[in-house]
Design a protein around this ligand. Structure first.
Ligand code: FES
Length: 141
């Protein structure tokens, strides 16, 4: 199936829904690893929005990429509760191990503040991380 047909399927899956743009963008990001310019233009036409309206939403949320990531993405929480539990030192300590295995992105709270430091890979959240645990996770990617 070509990309245009798949985009049409994703849009159709959300037909009749109030405010379908974000769920459609989430599905496109999950399917293609990015929301590129062609997808933005296709969506604008399909939803009767301007390309600028679609671009405004895409550019507001950091989770939407314009090109797919080459490596798996590890989202490491850098917010206060995780910082207080050693998140900053953890980020520094695993930088070398992560270099060729994943892209590290800062996120600001994964909603599990009491069991930090936390990270997310794909849809999986990993809690109570220390250098050994996080290094093992990175090596498993
Ligand atoms: S501060 Fe890290 S999960 Fe909330």
């Amino acid at each position: 199936m070509d990309k245009t047909a798949r985009l049409d399927e994703i849009v159709a899956a959300h037909a009749g829904r109030d405010g379908p743009l974000l769920p459609i963008l989430n599905d496109i990001q999950a399917e293609f690893g990015c929301v590129d310019e062609a997808a933005k233009r296709h969506l604008a036409a399909a939803l009767n929005l301007s390309r600028a309206e679609v671009h405004g939403v895409v550019s507001f949320y950091h989770d939407f990429k314009s090109v797919p990531s080459k490596l798996p993405v590890l989202k490491l929480c850098r917010a206060e509760a995780c910082q207080a539990r050693g998140g900053e030192a953890l980020a520094a300590d695993i930088a070398a191990a992560a270099k060729e295995k994943c892209e590290i992105e800062a996120v600001y709270c994964l909603g599990l503040c009491s069991v930090g430091p936390n990270a997310m890979i794909g849809q999986d959240v990993h809690a109570r991380l220390d250098v050994q645990k996080l290094t093992r996770l990175i090596e498993s990617l």
